[in-house]
Design a protein around this ligand. Structure first.
Ligand SMILES: [Zn+2]
Length: 457
């Protein structure tokens, strides 16, 4: 990510697109001292160590928190109790019906041209193989276009390896979500997917897939970049490749909960500024980056502002989503339940792309909203970048689709997808100073948005 380019983008946008009256400009710049105060308190030794200690304790106590698991429900209870002991009693949970997919057993082996164990992670929501397993020849393709060209008779009864190189997440993730349906339509018996990552130390990456009610459901598993490359080389050499797959997963419905923490505003308490992250994770690693960090900094916003006794105009609502990973289930349930009150949401913040060094915000909304946010961001150097991009595939995107303005935490996430949905998503991959800086920025920006005179929606 080119940080200088982002700086220029903000300046260009402000000069070309934005006009401010003097009162608003003055009002925005008046927040400078309070921003510095909030950030200085959070980055001070006792507060930063206390905050990071809570984060560490949470991650190590619960570890991975898959949707539908008892561990996730225990983690939700724990955060609820922690909110009370931190001095906020306005905390509620709302029931959500969620899918509980459970990985029981998986084993994939190459039988020909050589015997080799292939390390895999089944794709979340995947069906099982038949109990006797699947043994089939492998076809390798690099793209959907290439796959579509192949005659159906050649796909029938085969395992297809979708070996698409990582470009961007939003582009490449289609191979994880859509391959099973596309391959089944042409008669394949299972799919293997090159993990959605630009880098690998032999780590397969899980994540959710989507089935189609009218198409046969076939099993899907992610392989490492190393094995995808190996299979590709053998295939290119004309070898017949035979793979054996065993996968056993279960899927049922459970009740989980979104957690909602309110810190009341003083002048327009009915108006909401939401700050959010998700509590669940995949069943591998520790869910420290995705989304332990984002959840924890969002939880901390009302807690620290209450502790500091800072009044703000609108209510700050921290939401810890449940069941984001199997398909934004918590966010959808919230939208459904609160449909009549959506007009009260002034702005929504979400952190679900890592808590590496904070850089600024990715913003979606009207030009007027973008102008005000860009102007506010001038008060946060060096965390003052703004990026105007489409926000897709997150809880935040559901709200943006409803016309509510919002922003995601822009951070130095160049390595985010190295860890994403793997056993390597642990606290070891996090850096205390960076996470604390994220927490400081997050609380300060939420405060300004919640207090500023003009509405953003
Ligand atoms: Zn996430």
């Amino acid at each position: 990510m080119n940080q200088q380019k982002l700086d220029t983008e903000r300046i260009d946008f402000l000069t070309k697109e934005c006009k401010f009256d003097q009162t608003l400009e003055k009002s925005i710049s008046s927040y400078k001292p309070i921003i510095e105060y909030i950030m200085a308190v959070i980055t001070s030794k006792p507060v930063s160590e206390g905050f990071y200690g809570l984060y560490t304790m949470f991650i190590d106590k619960f570890g991975p928190r898959p949707a539908g698991s008892k561990i996730l429900e225990d983690a939700i209870d724990y955060m609820k109790d922690l909110t009370h002991t931190s001095g906020i009693h306005n905390v509620t949970t709302e029931n959500v019906l969620i899918p509980h997919w459970h990985r029981e057993y998986e084993s994939v082996k190459m039988l020909h041209p050589l015997m080799k164990t292939i390390k895999v992670l089944g794709i979340g929501l995947s069906v099982s193989t038949p109990s006797e397993g699947i043994i089939a020849d492998v076809i390798v393709v690099n793209s959907f276009d290439e796959f579509d060209e192949i005659d159906d008779t050649k796909i029938l009864g085969k395992i297809v390896l979708f070996n698409a190189k990582f470009t961007s997440y939003s582009e490449t993730v289609q191979y994880r979500t859509d391959s099973a349906v596309r391959a089944a339509k042409k008669g394949a018996v299972a799919v293997l997917i090159r993990s959605i990552t630009p880098f690998s130390l032999y780590t397969p990456h899980t994540g959710a897939l989507m089935y189609n009610a009218y198409v046969q459901k076939i099993p899907a598993a992610a392989v490492t970049l190393e094995d995808a490359d190996l299979i590709q080389r053998l295939y290119d050499e004309g070898e017949k490749i035979v793979i054996e797959m065993f996968m056993f997963n279960t899927l049922n419905s459970e009740i989980s909960r979104n957690t909602i923490i309110d810190l009341q505003g003083v002048k327009q308490p009915e108006k909401l500024v939401i700050v959010s992250g998700h509590m669940d994770s995949w069943d591998v690693g520790q869910g420290a980056i995705d989304d332990g960090g984002g959840m924890m900094i969002s939880w901390f916003v009302p807690v620290i502002l209450k502790y500091l006794g800072l009044e703000h105009r609108r209510t700050i609502r921290s939401i810890l989503w449940t069941s984001e990973e199997p398909g934004l289930v918590g966010g959808r349930a919230y939208l459904h339940k609160h449909y009549d009150e959506l007009h009260n949401i002034d702005f929504i913040l979400e952190s679900d792309e890592g808590t590496f060094k904070p850089l600024g915000l990715k913003v979606a909304g009207s030009n007027r909203t973008k102008c005000i946010i860009a102007k506010i961001m001038e008060l946060f150097p060096p965390i003052d970048k703004v990026q105007f991009v489409d926000i897709t595939g997150s809880e935040l995107s559901l709200f943006i689709d409803k016309g509510i303005p919002g922003a995601s935490l822009l951070n130095k996430d160049d390595q985010y997808f190295w860890y994403h949905h793997t056993d390597a998503d642990t606290l070891t991959a996090q850096n205390m100073d960076d996470v604390v800086e994220c927490a400081a920025f997050w609380a300060a920006i939420a405060y300004v948005i919640a207090d500023i005179e003009v509405d953003l929606s």
